[in-house]
Design a protein around this ligand. Structure first.
Ligand code: PEP
Ligand code: MG
Length: 324
């Protein structure tokens, strides 16, 4: 089977009825085999910038970050690279920036940290912009957004970075900016977010954790953590529809997108792209190449009528057997 899938990897991610479903890759460190990956994906859907920060001994400076980001942007150009601003806190600590809290997942995380430390965010934005000169494939993504204000503050900083770099003689373009949809509050503020930003990227890992109030890393409640919970699927389906109504592209970059059945559900819901870790690409591509869009849409309707995660899971298993 692995050989069959390998052979398919250079074929388009397209359903038998001709619907193209762009697949993107999640990255962190400099990745191997970029040359072959680049032919197989539509870009980087999520570059987790905190990953390189985890292996340094202090915050990397502007030059160092510019080099890191240039590497990613150049490797994939002209394909888009979605760079997420630092998402530390929660389960991701930097050794040189410890955060100790009783409830880290509800605490100082992502954009909450970087807006409180504008000097950190500013260096990162400047480095991203400098790295993108002449390439035009940089997209910036804001993690853990809860309030529209946070987006406004981040955009003001981005504008300042662009202005300052311009004054310093750099030729930087304004990148597209997107919001991570992972705090449930954002599901109810899409209109306001759409007025300010260019795309939505769903962090299904955190959205699941926060919708279900289940710590994504706690083995005691691991049985409750399920992205196929009817409430999560209902939220995702509504989000895909709302994004379309608002004219904004939407994609999913959490683990659900890298699961073949999950990917088919997301395609059926109408998401515009799926981003996943490189090892998940072969199986997801194979699933998409075997299942017509109409069948995926029917699958969405069927699963949305089910009331328990267990019923959804067993329906997905029965259904997958039919399509083997
Ligand atoms: C997510 O929350 O689904 C996501 C993609 O981001 P991370 O896993 O880095 O929190
Ligand atoms: Mg997240």
């Amino acid at each position: 089977l692995t050989e069959v899938l390998e052979h398919e990897q250079d074929l388009p991610s397209e359903t038998p009825d001709g619907h193209a479903m762009p697949l993107m890759v999640n990255t962190g460190l400099a990745i191997d085999a970029v040359a072959s990956l680049k032919k197989r994906v539509s870009g980087v859907g999520l570059y987790r910038t905190e990953v390189p920060f985890m292996i340094t001994e202090r915050f990397p400076g502007e030059q160092e970050q510019t080099r890191l980001y240039r590497d990613q942007l150049e490797s994939f150009a002209p394909l888009p690279v979605v760079m997420r601003t630092l998402d530390i806190g929660g389960d991701k600590d930097l050794p040189y920036f410890p955060i100790e809290e009783a409830n880290p997942f509800l605490g100082w995380r992502g954009i909450r940290v970087t807006l409180d430390h504008p000097e950190v965010l500013m260096v990162q934005l400047r480095a991203m912009l400098r790295a993108s000169q002449g390439l035009e494939n940089l997209h910036i993504l804001l993690p853990m957004v809860t309030n529209v204000d946070e987006v406004d503050d981040a955009l003001r900083m981005l504008d300042r970075a662009i202005r300052e770099l311009g004054e310093e003689g750099a030729d930087v373009q304004r990148p597209k900016v997107g919001v991570m949809i992972e705090v449930p509050a954002t599901l109810y503020q899409l209109d306001a977010l759409a007025e300010r930003t260019d795309f939505f990227s769903v962090g299904s890992n955190d959205l699941t954790q926060y919708l279900l109030a289940v710590d994504r890393n706690n083995p005691r409640v691991a049985g409750l953590y399920d992205a196929c919970h009817p409430a999560v699927l209902s939220a995702l389906s509504r989000l895909a529809r709302d994004a379309r109504r608002l004219g904004k592209p939407s994609s999913v970059c959490g683990e659900l997108a890298g699961d073949p059945a999950g990917a088919l559900l997301l395609m059926g819901m109408g998401f515009d792209a799926l981003s996943m870790n490189a090892p998940s690409l072969p199986r997801v591509r194979a699933a998409i190449r075997r299942v017509p869009l109409d069948a995926a849409k029917r699958l969405v309707d069927e699963t949305l009528s089910l009331n328990t995660p267990k019923a959804v899971r067993s329906h997905l298993i029965d259904w997958a057997e039919e399509w083997q």
